[in-house]
Structures are given as structure tokens and as C-alpha cells.
Ligand binder design. Structure first.
Ligand code: BDP
Length: 596
């Protein structure tokens, strides 16, 4: 069951119960937890909500900024009726690496703070009684891990993280924890591809099983009618007059996968899928044959109190606000989000660029810390880093491949692509991941400001170009913005005059803005200036046909490290951190509602 990243489900054969709530929590700066048997529970612990980042609950700075090992523990009951099943604990996310112990026995470790993993506890679980889980987590940043950064030790002995990226290193059990059980013979994965026309759709499916069983698959429409069925671990579901999944007009079907032995059902897994055809043709992005222009946001999982915790209330509000602006898309900058975000996007018809936490792969990104000039890919950490990077791309695609909303995979954010040493790293990443997605969605990455048409050595890799550009903010700012526009147009002319025949999406542009600061004529940081920057970019986007989308940075203000470029976080939000609109929100709404 540890191989499966399917979302938990409760049905006749499967069990799912959230273990969310107040857990025991304790820092372990001296790494004495194992020797002192914290694996069987924590004494002198504080209470900590799950899911949540621990950081913002504390009032002492050394606790908020804590880097190193820390533990969570809770008791949980395993029902007797699960005795003949495989039982596991599924962690939605543990930042950034973790080891799980149940009833004192070490079960497994996992690296990567933004993807789920299950600890199979079948052999140690006590049925019909109470059990105890402890998890040791480490939130340090290193150059050979994702997301990239350093961990230093201050003269006073405190450890401190130095992210090479611009979001706060919120840590802990940021997503729900589930007690799950499934039959010993069970579905552990499935995938679908589609052949779609207006009057017919074929769903080609493939089911992966642990053990041996017969497979029966049904497709059910939104009214509960069975529209197709098939037998076998791989097969075709034929649907006449399908209701296709369209952008901001989603229709979903339920796929019901049943396992049978001697004609008796022994497992069942159901999920919602959307039938649609995505094509990249020259500069165009087509969904079901219709051209789509992306409007939307780079986002973060970030909110007050619980940091990077997934909160369905925040997600609900964000979806409402995105829809209010007329957005049809977002990027999961800079890491895979909680599964619920994709399920919601499937339902609402958003196009999602799904990003792996390969962020900070650029020494200049450490300029938040004072600038380091070497090429990131010359470092001796890249072999180890690449292993983890590939592993996380694998898990992201495995987890998210059935979401109709996901239309592209972003394999890096702003890596250093301007040196030759980047090329072999990219070659391997693109080569090794080319067959992971049965739907073969576009694979891409965002190009930072320094990685221009002329400078980037990695333009041969992406299927779609994603550009992050900041004239008007990080250079040519204020009254010089007209030169910023001229420079941007010069670069766009180079792309236009090249033989590159692929779509381009702007995945970042924007300006930090202090809400409530008004000034006529504008100055930087004012609400007026943010709108002027967005107007400038809008003029440029409208001048080039190969630009097929705009995702402003950022949906909402978010927390970052402290620094002389940040006033309590990044303020490029179109909405404040508590999700109220800045003036630019009204500008965007007007613009996006008038774009096809
Ligand atoms: C880009 C990064 C993003 C930052 C943004 C900014 O991709 O994470 O938050 O710049 O500086 O370089 O606002």
C-alpha cells in the first residue's frame, strides 16, 4: 500500500478516518528523541493543531524560526474490523523529511515536504484498542534537497534556515493525516487517457493492483446513470455524446473500479475524472479543439495563523475570488498543493500548472541573502539533488495525473539556465520523466528574468514557455517604467522573430503594494502603481500573438523570510493576506472579463 498515492476513500471495502486535531509536539534541538524513547510518545509536550505549520503559533522568535528535528505524536484507535486489511497512516505532507514510528516501531522515512506518503502499519497495529504514532520531522534546507537553501548555525548555537526562495519555510504537518485501510488485494493506482470527439469519447483506462483479481470498471455521469462499463485491468470505456470537461464549464464522470475474486467484489475505488482533449498546436493551447487564453495567478498555500496548512475555508474563498476576477487558471507555485485544491479545480474548471518544489536552483536566488554568483549546477550537490528531484516529479505525476484540471507540469521554478552546466541536468530530468504521464501533458519550467531569449541555454526543453518578468519592479521601476516596457518589447521581438513555435505564458509579473497606500501621481508601493505595472504588461501581452496566457504574481500577499526587500512578507498580492482586494483586483477583473 505504500506505493499507492490514491486519495483515501471510505467504502464497503476501504476505511478512511482523519486523525486531525490537537497532537503533542516537541522540538528536539539536541536530537535526543530516539534515545529518550519519544518514539512511544512525548512527555512535557505542547499541544499543536494538525494540520498546521507550527511557526506562527509561537510568541518566542527562536520557536517560530526553529530549524532542526521536531516531533509530533498522538494516540489513535484501530477498529477491530480492520484486522484482515492492510492498515496505514497517510500523511498529506510533512515538511521536509520525516520518520514514522507506531507503537515504538520505526515504520518508514520520507523525503519531500509537499507530497503524501503512507506508513504501512499492518504488522504493528493493535486492533480494537489504542495505538500511538510518533513522527520525527526535520525542516532544514540544504542545497541537495527540495526546495533548495542552506541551514546555518548562529554564534549563539541556534540553527537557522536560509531559503534560496521567497516564501517562508512554514513547517510541520501541513496537511491532514488519515488512518486508512484497504483489502490485502486492492487497487493501488489507475490512469486514463482519452480519444475525444464531439459525439464520442473513448476512455482508455489502466488499473494497477496489489495481488491478483478480476477488474470491472464503470463510468457514471453526474445524474448517476451508468454510461459505460468494461472488464479487465486495461480497457476502453465508450461514451456516446459525452459531456466534456471544459475550461470554467466542468463536467465530471465518476469512474468506479471494482476488484472481484470468484465473482465476488473484494475492493472498490471511485474517483471523478473529466473527459477532455488538450493540444498544443504551434502557439495555441486548445481544449476540446477550442483555443484557450490563460488568465489567473501564481498562488501560495499561505494564510494567517496556520501558515502553509491546507485549509478548505481559505481554498473556498480563494476559488471564489479567482472566479470573481474572471480567472480560468493558476499555477501551484512553488510546490504541489493539497489534493483538495485539485479536486476543487476539477469541479470549477480551472487549468492548473502543477509545479514540483524545485525552487531555488539558482545561486542568485540567494540574493535575498546578499547574492552568490556561481552557477547552481556547478555544485557538488547536484547528483543527490537530482535523485530527490526526479523522485518528487514521479510522485507528483503519480498523484495528480487523473485530474482534468492539470494541464501542464512545471519541473522547476526559475532555475539557473544561463550556464552550460545546467544542460546535462535538464537533459536527464526531461528524458527520465517523459513517459511518467500517460496523458503526456506539457512539461515546462519558468524562466527567470536573467534567463532571456539570448541567455538561456535550456530553451530546447519546455513544450510551453513560462516567463517570469519584473520590469517596473526589480529594474526600470517608477518613472523609468517606460524603459522597462521598451526592454520587454525588445525581448518579445526576439522571441517573435525566432523559429520557436510554442505558446508562451507569463507566469509572473507584478509589483509589491502596500494596501491602502494611495498617491497621485503614483509612486512605487502605492495601489495606483501596481495597476500601472499590470496595465503596462497587459499592453505588451496584447501586442504578441504567441503570448497565450497571463498569471499575475501573486494571488495574495504571503509570508517570506525577513529581509530589507520585504515588509512582513511579499506584497505583490492582488488581494491582501486576509483576502481583501487591492485596487489592481478591479483592473484585472475588468481586463479578464473582456478577454475571450
Ligand atoms: C520570483 C519568484 C517568486 C518570488 C518573486 C518575487 O519565482 O517566488 O516571490 O520572484 O520576487 O523570482 O516577488
Amino acid at each position: 500500500m505504500e506505493k499507492s498515492l490514491l486519495y483515501p476513500e471510505l467504502n464497503e471495502f476501504r476505511y478512511d478516518r482523519k486523525l486531525d486535531g490537537l497532537w503533542d509536539f516537541k522540538f528536539d534541538p539536541k536530537q535526543e528523541g530516539n534515545a529518550q524513547n519519544w518514539t512511544t510518545g512525548l512527555s512535557d509536550a505542547v499541544k499543536m493543531p494538525v494540520p498546521a505549520s507550527f511557526n506562527d503559533f509561537f510568541t518566542k522568535k527562536e520557536e517560530r524560526e526553529y530549524a532542526g528535528d521536531f516531533w509530533y505524536s498522538t494516540k489513535f484507535f484501530v477498529p477491530k474490523e480492520l484486522e484482515d486489511k492492510q492498515v496505514g497512516i497517510r500523511f498529506g505532507a510533512a515538511t521536509h523529511r520525516a520518520t514514522v514510528y507506531v507503537n515504538g516501531t520505526e515504520i518508514r522515512s520520507h523525503e519531500g515536504g509537499f507530497l503524501p506518503f503512507t506508513a504501512d502499519i499492518t504488522s504493528v497495529a493493535k486492533f480494537g484498542t489504542e495505538n500511538i504514532v510518533a513522527i520525527k520531522i526535520n525542516n532544514e534546507l540544504h542545497r541537495d534537497a527540495l526546495p533548495a537553501g542552506d541551514t546555518i548555525t548562529l554564534e549563539n548555537g541556534s540553527k537557522m534556515v536560509k531559503p534560496f526562495f521567497d516564501f517562508y519555510n512554514y513547517s510541520g504537518l501541513n496537511r491532514s493525516v488519515h488512518l486508512v485501510a484497504q483489502p490485502k488485494t486492492s487497487v493501488i493506482d489507475y490512469s486514463t487517457t482519452f480519444d475525444v470527439s464531439a459525439s464520442h469519447a473513448t476512455v482508455n483506462y489502466q488499473v494497477e493492483i496489489e495481488g491478483t483479481a478480476d477488474v470491472a470498471v464503470k463510468l457514471i455521469d453526474e445524474d448517476g446513470n451508468e454510461v459505460a462499463n468494461a472488464q479487465g485491468a486495461a480497457g476502453k470505456l465508450e461514451v456516446d455524446n459525452p459531456k466534456l470537461w471544459n475550461v470554467r464549464d466542468a463536467h465530471l464522470y465518476t469512474i468506479k473500479i471494482q476488484l472481484l475474486q470468484n465473482g465476488n467484489a473484494i475492493d472498490e475505488y471511485t474517483d471523478e475524472i473529466g473527459l477532455r482533449k488538450i493540444e498544443i498546436k504551434g502557439h495555441q493551447i486548445l481544449v476540446n479543439g477550442k483555443e484557450v487564453y490563460l488568465r489567473g495567478f501564481g498562488r501560495h498555500e499561505d494564510s494567517i495563523y496556520a501558515g502553509r496548512a491546507f485549509d478548505l475555508n481559505v481554498e473556498r474563498k480563494d476559488v471564489e475570488l479567482m472566479e470573481w476576477t474572471g480567472a480560468n487558471s493558476f499555477r501551484t507555485s512553488h510546490y504541489p498543493y493539497d489534493e483538495e485544491a485539485y479536486r476543487f479545480a476539477d469541479r470549477e474548471g480551472f487549468m492548473v500548472i502543477d509545479e514540483v518544489p524545485a525552487v531555488g536552483f539558482k545561486m542568485a536566488a540567494a540574493s535575498f541573502l546578499g547574492g552568490l554568483d556561481a552557477s547552481f549546477f556547478d555544485g557538488d550537490w547536484t547528483d543527490e539533488l537530482q535523485k530527490k528531484h526526479l523522485d518528487q516529479i514521479h510522485d507528483m505525476i503519480l498523484r495528480d495525473k487523473n485530474h482534468p484540471s492539470v494541464f501542464a507540469w512545471s519541473l522547476f521554478n526559475e532555475p539557473d539556465t544561463s550556464t552550460d552546466s545546467a544542460v546535462p541536468y535538464f537533459e536527464k530530468v526531461f528524458e527520465d520523466t517523459k513517459d511518467l504521464d500517460p496523458q503526456h501533458r506539457s512539461r515546462t519550467f519558468t524562466l527567470n528574468e536573467d534567463d532571456t531569449f539570448e541567455a538561456s541555454k535550456c530553451k530546447q526543453f519546455p513544450d510551453i514557455f513560462l516567463l517570469n518578468r519584473y520590469p517596473g519592479w526589480y529594474h526600470k521601476w517608477g518613472f523609468e517604467i517606460s524603459d522597462g516596457e521598451a526592454g520587454l518589447r525588445r525581448e518579445m521581438d526576439q522571441w517573435q522573430n525566432s523559429d520557436i513555435d510554442k505558446p508562451m505564458i507569463y507566469t509572473e509579473y507584478g509589483a509589491d503594494t502596500q494596501p491602502g497606500l494611495h498617491k497621485l501621481p503614483s509612486i512605487m508601493w502605492s495601489e495606483e502603481y501596481q495597476t500601472e505595472v499590470l496595465e503596462m504588461f497587459g499592453r505588451v501581452f496584447d501586442s504578441y500573438d504567441f503570448i497565450r496566457g497571463e498569471q499575475v504574481w501573486n494571488f495574495a500577499d504571503f509570508q517570506t523570510v525577513e529581509g530589507n526587500m520585504r515588509v512582513n512578507g511579499n506584497k505583490k498580492g492582488i488581494f491582501t493576506r486576509d483576502r481583501q482586494p487591492k485596487a489592481a483586483a478591479f483592473f484585472l477583473k475588468n481586463r479578464w472579463e473582456n478577454i475571450d
